[in-house]
Design a protein around this ligand. Structure first.
Ligand code: PXG
Length: 288
């Protein structure tokens, strides 16, 4: 496997970063998880825009332009002769000393990995996923904005561990006011009486690229969609629920906290949205 590392393509065995890199020492850095579908890097520009916003929020000057990052991302896929892949683009604060101070890091570290992705088993797309609410709350936007896709994922990892302890593959995380923020690595949507709802970023949701695609799909299909505060009750009593993410795509939810949602089977609006999503992943983005 060839890895893009600071401007060069190196073998996997040589793709190493220093133990003094602040990405490792402090989780100081930003990243994107991107998919390649049939030679199309899905919504690459949207991913790179979010990376730029994440970097800006943490005062990290990206060492490459959007065009350079796009070219490097596509080239990483070509170098590995991939047509379908999961791409991880990471920019860390770079190598510094043992203090927190980011201004002692002289230049950011940039790397791009294009590899396989582990997906949810197909049965969950057919029958829906049973999820739970975990006790760990999504971090307060006044502490670290959850809109920043940073290398500091402990909050979500704790949620993921608790999900597993409760026997679930994904879980809802509440914000500190008790409203639903999102899942550990996915955004959440409900369908109620023909309208689609999702929590806003100010409730603690990442502005997911897949989430943005769903907003566009809803418009195109003339389905009303609005951002709204969402409680667990709203999900329990929804007609349909689905999660979205680069890894998950659009996955139906059959149960939350032991309560069946709607019929307990993937609903008709979820299926329409999923079908349109599958069409778009091949055409929206950058050909490699
Ligand atoms: N919320 C969080 C906290 C995420 O990390 C999403 C929502 C969905 O956003 P996108 O832009 O992907 O629609 C994410 C994305 C992984 C993995 O390795 C995680 C994500 C994406 C891809 C892979 O588990 N999280």
């Amino acid at each position: 496997m060839k890895i893009f590392l600071d401007g060069k393509f190196v073998d996997e065995a040589d793709a190493k970063v220093s133990v003094f890199d602040h990405g490792l020492l402090y989780g100081d850095g930003v990243f994107e998880g991107i998919r390649l579908y049939g030679g199309n890097v899905f919504r690459l520009d949207e991913h790179l825009e979010r990376l730029e916003y994440s970097a800006k929020a943490i005062l990290l000057a990206l060492p490459m332009s959007r065009a350079e990052l796009a070219a490097a991302t596509c080239e990483t896929c070509r170098q590995n002769k991939l047509t379908d892949a999961y791409i991880r683009l990471v920019v860390t604060r770079g190598v510094g000393d043992l203090g927190l101070a980011p201004w002692n890091c002289s230049k950011p570290t940039t790397f791009i990995i294009a590899s396989k992705i582990s997906l949810y088993p197909q049965e969950h797309y057919d029958n829906g996923l049973a999820i739970v609410t975990v006790p760990t709350r999504r971090i307060n936007p006044a502490a670290v904005p959850p809109t920043v896709k940073s290398l500091n994922y402990l909050n979500n990892i704790l949620g993921k561990i608790e999900a597993k302890q409760f026997g679930a593959l994904e879980a809802i995380m509440l914000n500190d006011q008790g409203y639903i923020a999102e899942c550990t690595a996915d955004n959440i949507f409900t369908v109620h009486k023909g309208a689609i709802y999702t929590p806003s970023a100010s409730q603690g949701a990442l502005k997911g690229v897949t989430r943005g695609t769903i907003v566009d799909i809803a418009k195109a299909l003339n389905l009303p969609l609005q951002e709204a505060p969402m409680t667990r009750y709203d999900v329990w009593c929804a007609d349909e629920c689905f999660l979205t993410g680069t890894g998950a795509e659009v996955i139906p939810v059959s149960k939350l906290d032991g309560r069946s949602i709607g019929t307990g089977k993937p609903g008709p609006i979820t299926q329409r949205v999923l079908a349109e999503f599958r069409r778009r992943v091949l055409v929206e983005g950058a050909r490699i």
